[in-house]
Ligand binder design. Structure first.
Ligand code: FE2
Length: 167
């Protein structure tokens, strides 16, 4: 322990400025994408119509409820590093690769969108996990790996619903 401390002088949690910025930027990008995704889930939850109403209404509720917890944890992880997470809706939209859609969509189209968005979220979480691992930040790596599992599980559920072998 003493040797480690000598090699790496303590800054914030043992990470220097550059390491912190690398990790936090990745977390913030994931946060922005997740916030836009969260609102898409609510759009579909409220506005889906047709015989698949309950399927979409229920899965989107499950996903946005989990999303609320996950978003909170990502933003608070940024605070752990002493940085400020993006909090403006306008900035989320600017930073997010995930884009909003209209509400007048078929259930199939909504599911297609969500499957694509879950892949995007999983990619950002993987990038964040890799940067965290490179910098020795196992706390963020652990958080990201759990997120990836949940994105992949939802990806599977929606893919199975849409009855497509590969999406
Ligand atoms: Fe509701």
């Amino acid at each position: 322990m003493e040797t480690l401390l000598k090699e790496k002088p303590f800054k914030k949690l043992g990470f220097d400025h550059l390491e912190t910025v690398e990790i936090v930027n990745k977390l913030d990008t994931l946060l922005a994408n997740y916030q836009v995704f969260f609102h898409k889930l609510q759009n579909y939850h409220w506005n889906v119509v047709g015989s698949d109403f309950y399927d979409i209404h229920d899965i989107t509720q499950e996903m946005y409820e989990n999303g609320l917890t996950n978003i909170d944890e990502i933003a608070e992880r940024i605070r752990v590093f002493g940085k400020t997470p993006t909090y403006k809706l306008s900035e989320y939209l600017n930073k997010s690769e995930i884009v909003e859609t209209t509400h007048e969509l078929s259930a199939e189209y909504m599911v297609k969108e969500l499957i694509k968005d879950l892949s995007t979220l999983a990619s950002f979480a993987l990038e964040t996990s890799e940067i965290a691992t490179e910098n020795g930040d196992i706390g963020t790596t652990h958080m990201m790996n759990n997120l990836i599992v949940s994105f992949e599980t939802n990806h599977w559920k929606l893919t199975a619903w849409s009855n497509k072998k590969y999406v």
